[in-house]
Design a protein. Structure first.
Length: 258
């Protein structure tokens, strides 16, 4: 079973890129972030024509998340991160797919830090930590995946000394990620490649992709029921080199069937 996560950075503007990648990579499940489209503007027909059944939570101009499946209709569980009924940003969607609970998330960027946006990021992270405990208590395989907007270690960022004051790399954010993982989650890509430099995001400026000057901010966290089923994983870096592509590259893992 192949599961992928991809921050598409505008699903309608980059739909040809998304459809080409879905055809070539053929994940069984694809979790998307940053749709940048209201709910009614999601390209449902094109996604279904590509062989995927979607659920999504859109938002005009910003945010937005979706889960696409070609192995059965996702059974939606949540379309908002619990803990703040006043939070109107579409950053979370959760579903059962083929016996696996999948949480697709787009964690806030948080810049500039310090400030209200950074406070919102830390609050969102705290809510995620609380909800993830409930997910860990489920008697089923669970994945949390998406754009976490955090580089957990210095290995995950090109020239880390330049990022120490950024909201994606501040000590409070890295600590929150490690506290989350310490609950009992496995960072799948880092388990597979413990000492390798792996990036999933490359800025559009300063030829970052060509220089391999990137960040690893798109992650897979697996509970113990999936940790032993992890077979393979990687980053489709070549997609970042396509014309009119996202500034993120798709990330994927393969799981053994039960």
């Amino acid at each position: 079973m192949k599961i992928a996560t991809y921050n598409v950075n505008g699903i309608n503007g980059r739909l040809p890129v998304l459809l080409r990648w879905l055809k070539e990579s053929a994940p069984d499940v694809a979790c998307l972030q940053e749709l940048k489209a209201p709910h009614e503007k999601f390209p449902e027909a094109q996604i279904r024509d590509a062989g995927y059944e979607p659920i999504w939570h859109g938002q005009k101009s910003w945010n937005g998340v979706a889960i696409l499946s070609r192995i059965g209709q996702p059974e939606e569980i949540n379309r908002a991160l619990p803990g703040d009924p006043e939070d109107s940003q579409s950053r979370y969607i959760e579903a059962n797919v083929n016996g696996i609970r999948i949480a697709c998330l787009y964690l806030p960027n948080g810049n500039p830090a310090p400030g209200p946006k950074f406070d919102y990021k830390l609050g969102w992270f705290n809510r995620l930590q609380l909800h993830s405990k409930d997910l860990l208590n489920l008697d089923m395989p669970v994945i949390m995946t998406g754009d976490f907007n955090v580089m957990p270690t210095e290995l995950d960022v090109y020239k880390p000394e330049r990022w120490v004051k950024d909201a994606l790399f501040r000590p409070e954010v890295r600590a929150a990620f490690h506290e989350l993982a310490a609950q009992g989650w496995t960072d799948a890509i880092r388990k597979l490649y413990p000492g390798e430099v792996i990036y999933t995001f490359f800025d559009y400026f300063r030829n970052a992709y060509e220089r391999n000057a990137g960040l690893r901010i798109d992650h897979f966290l697996l509970n113990k029921k999936l940790d032993g089923r992890l077979l393979n994983g990687g980053v489709d870096l070549y997609v970042r080199g396509w014309e009119k592509t996202s500034d993120h590259a798709p990330v994927w893992i393969e799981l053994a069937e039960i």
